[in-house]
Write a protein that binds this ligand. Structure first.
Ligand code: FAD
Length: 445
């Protein structure tokens, strides 16, 4: 089977390994130059949180252990208030963690592994058009030359602004599509090491929640932290308002003083680093007969607040590989893939939007923290009856759609539990636990 893959990002690179291992003759075309070429400035590390779904995707091609070597485990959130006080909130049970990994290093490693598996990657090759009926794609190279790629099928892994998706949109009937931007954008900043060591606890994901916006920081192997400020584009507190270094610095001195103290390059970064937007893309169909399938962000771009975009894309690869093992014809594989993944992509898109409010606002609320404690205790005693939503999404392979439904059900129960008189004093009592148990039984799904 001759297969074209458009886009050698995280998902395209991993998917091409799966396909090569199944015996496909895979050629990947990537718009950007080869990031492994040392003449290209690497820039600072932009990192991602990798969790169990992503690791499972890597394990499927034998790469989990290799990637773990470039990961930094983060066991919980470290919440920073305006006064500089910190509060650690564990993500799951003892021993459960998510992983900070450099996007660039991960992508490079996956591309190298793809080539080892026999995949040919053409760089500087942008998908320009696609004939859906023949899977004939035209790519434009750096010299504006046209490359024609004819294959049995094309997998579109060219990200949130996918050209493959555009071909499907314009070339097929009844294509549903929406893209929704957040009012918030983001800017990346850096916390440098202090005396050669991490300036903050590197075993946590750091959050400075401030209600309408937040700053987060994830550790890198070079002992820096990549920080991301999620902030409104417009309005009183916004990128538009603090549009100079002086205004940006004054704002950070007021709102994030402890973080600012660790950012010696703040001025240059505030002035020079771009403000990027955040989009949710929903579309259907994801496929055209046996000729085209969209995978990863090309099919379902989501906002980053659950740290699941890449994880979901890697889970796509796991599911697609299983379907390729189960069915001989691609039309069935693509149809089943869409049927299985679309509800889950919609669910994780919703979960990601919901988690923005949780991260920037609720994590600083003592009642939210208490609720999490009650849930963790109940989970420890009754693991088959209750798995907290965060754990379902992050540490399990429960389909996202199921996790979302269960999460809503848990929410309705926790509202009743939290409304109990004197819950702040009684939360640890047998009475409260029994009450929660009775609600779980009474309202079981
Ligand atoms: C700020 C931010 C933080 C995030 N944090 C996390 C996180 O912590 N955890 C997580 O799981 N996810 C996270 N994500 C989401 C994650 O980055 C994406 O889900 C993931 O990169 C999707 O992979 P992909 O391969 O589908 O798309 P991409 O990574 O976008 O790759 C697409 C590739 O296609 C190439 N391409 C584009 N157009 C063409 C074309 N016309 N022809 C050829 N090639 C083309 C691009 O150059 C690129 O290499 C975050 C996203 C953002 C924006």
């Amino acid at each position: 089977m001759k297969t074209t893959v458009a886009g050698a990002g995280l998902v395209g690179s991993l998917l091409s390994i799966y396909l090569a291992k199944r015996g496909h003759n895979v050629t990947v075309y990537e718009r950007r130059p080869d990031m492994r070429d040392t003449s290209i400035p690497a820039g600072r590390s932009i990192n991602l949180a990798m969790s169990d779904r992503g690791l499972r995707g890597l394990a499927g091609v034998g790469l989990e252990e290799e990637i773990r070597k470039i990961c930094i485990p983060m066991h919980g959130r470290m919440i920073h208030d305006v006064q500089g006080n910190t509060n650690f909130q564990r993500y799951g049970k003892e021993g459960q963690f998510i992983n900070s990994v450099s996007r660039g290093e991960l992508n490079k490693l996956l591309m190298t592994e793809a080539e080892k598996a026999g995949v040919k990657i053409h760089f500087n090759s942008r998908l320009a058009s696609l004939d859906l009926n023949t899977a004939t794609a035209k790519f434009i190279d750096a010299n504006n030359n046209e490359i024609v790629a004819q294959a049995d099928t094309l997998l579109g892994t060219d990200g949130a602004f996918s050209a493959a998706r555009m071909a499907l949109m314009t070339g097929s009937d009844r294509f549903d599509y929406s893209q929704t931007y957040l009012e918030h954008g983001y800017k990346e900043l850096t916390i440098l090491p202090v005396n050669g060591e991490f300036a903050l606890d590197q075993t946590a994901l750091h959050i400075w929640p401030r209600g309408g916006y937040m700053l987060i920081a994830l550790p890198n192997l070079d002992k820096t932290f990549t920080c991301t400020l999620f902030f409104p584009f417009e309005g009183e507190d916004s990128f538009a308002t603090y549009n100079t270094v002086v205004k940006g610095r004054e704002f950070f001195e007021r709102i994030f003083p402890d973080a600012l103290a660790l950012m010696p390059e703040f001025d240059e970064e505030w002035a020079g680093n771009p403000v990027s937007s955040l989009v949710t893309v929903r579309c259907l169909p994801w496929k055209y007969k046996d000729k085209l399938l969209l995978v990863g962000d090309a099919a379902h771009a989501i906002v980053p607040f659950y740290g699941q975009g890449m994880n979901c894309g890697f889970e796509d690869c796991t599911v697609l590989d299983q379907l390729l093992g189960a069915h001989n014809d691609l039309t069935t594989v693509f149809t089943e893939f869409e049927k299985l993944r679309k509800p889950n992509a919609d669910a994780v898109a919703e979960l990601a939007l919901m988690n923005f409010v949780e991260m920037r606002d609720k994590v600083a609320d003592p009642m939210f923290v208490l609720r999490k404690k009650i849930e963790a205790k109940f989970n420890a005693k009754h693991p088959t009856l209750w798995l907290p939503l965060y754990s379902m999404v992050t540490f399990s392979d429960i389909p996202y759609a199921e996790a979302l439904t269960l999460g809503q059900w848990q929410n309705s129960i926790m509202e009743k539990v939290m409304a109990q008189p004197n819950i702040t004093e009684r939360w640890d009592s047998l009475e409260v636990e029994e009450y929660m148990h009775s609600l779980v039984k009474e309202f079981s799904l």
